[in-house]
Design a protein around this ligand. Sequence first.
Ligand SMILES: [Zn+2]
Ligand SMILES: [Zn+2]
Length: 425
Amino acid sequence: MHSLQKQRSLLFQYLRSSSNSNNIIHNSKMILSSSSSLLLASNFSSTAGKVIPCKAAVAWEAGKPLVIEDVEVAPPQAKEVRINIKYSSLCHTDLYFWESKSVPPIFPRILGHEASGVVESVGDGVSNLKPGDHVLPLFTGECGECPNCKCEDSNMCEVLRINPTREGMISDGKSRFSTIKDKEPISHFLGTSTFSQYTVVHSGSVVKINPTLPLDKACLLSCSISTGIGSILNVAKPKKGASIAIFGLGTVGLAAAEGAKIAGASRIIGIDKNPNKLEYARKFGLTDFVNPEEHERPVHEVLKEMTNGGVDRCIECTGNINALMSAMEALHDGWGVAVLVGVPSGDAVFKTNPFNFLNEKTITGTTFGNYKPKTGLPTLVDMFMNNKLELGKFITHRVPLSEINKAFDYMIKGQGLRTIIDMND
Ligand SMILES: [Zn+2]
Ligand SMILES: [Zn+2]
């Protein structure tokens, strides 16, 4: 989603805003406003305004199995929403921060950001959501007021955009989670922390969905599927009949393939070093599959030959910087566009011959497929509702919350696509 450099600049922005002395005044207002929201919300829910005890999968150390803990979840403050998470699924970004190999370790932490649930209660100043609403919590958001939100082309909200280093809520920097046993605070993750039966999320990062949609499938729209489809429809924007190469056939790459089909691509070429992905390439209707390990030549040469001089669009979903360089080389000159979607390691450096630009090739990147969460995502939700988008085929495993570590095992071993975690099982 982001390079480390971007994350660092986000962290800097966050530190700058949280050092503002106005926060002290802001916090005292928050206490007043939360008590008034308590009265309002109590009309709808017996738990509103109260601490909720529940189960959560807590990451205590980098790379160590999550532990199911009894935790307390504090009531939502102003502009916040407390959600009863029904289903969560595991995304590579959870794994990336759980391993903390090239990012600062932040533990204990409740990971999870691809999820769906039902609003339990809302804080003061939340007018567009109410208890009982079916929702998707999102790792990014839309405040509606900042220059990025007002810019038609951007989904990089300056207030609510992804910030993996933030450990608490935006309003007061504090966590809404603590262990019941020791009252130890537990860090939030991406503003969502959906590996808990209840979580608190900023209202600008919560999208209401039609209650008839199955929540176990809809959860996939809060990250991977939207990212993949949006990378095609909103960013690469291929012409009908275009050739599209997709590097990495995980869930995001296969979602990009769905986007390519919707866009009317004539060739959809999947590239993956894992030969088992051939089966998925067939199942998801790709026209070609290339395993770079089976070729003596560089993969971009293979792709150029297959497409009479170059691919119209390349989507890079692996996060491997060499794959991104191959994607650039594989493009057709004059109009080719490569889109970075995968998350590279923090110290990765992209290199290319500048003549690629003089030859009118373009490289760009995207977070969340360029969808604005509140105003853009509903178009994708509608596609799912109208059966124009099938989500069930991305689900290969299901586990109860108590067996969440199995989801990590499947992902590490490259088995299957998405594992749905039933949070109330
Ligand atoms: Zn994700
Ligand atoms: Zn904004």
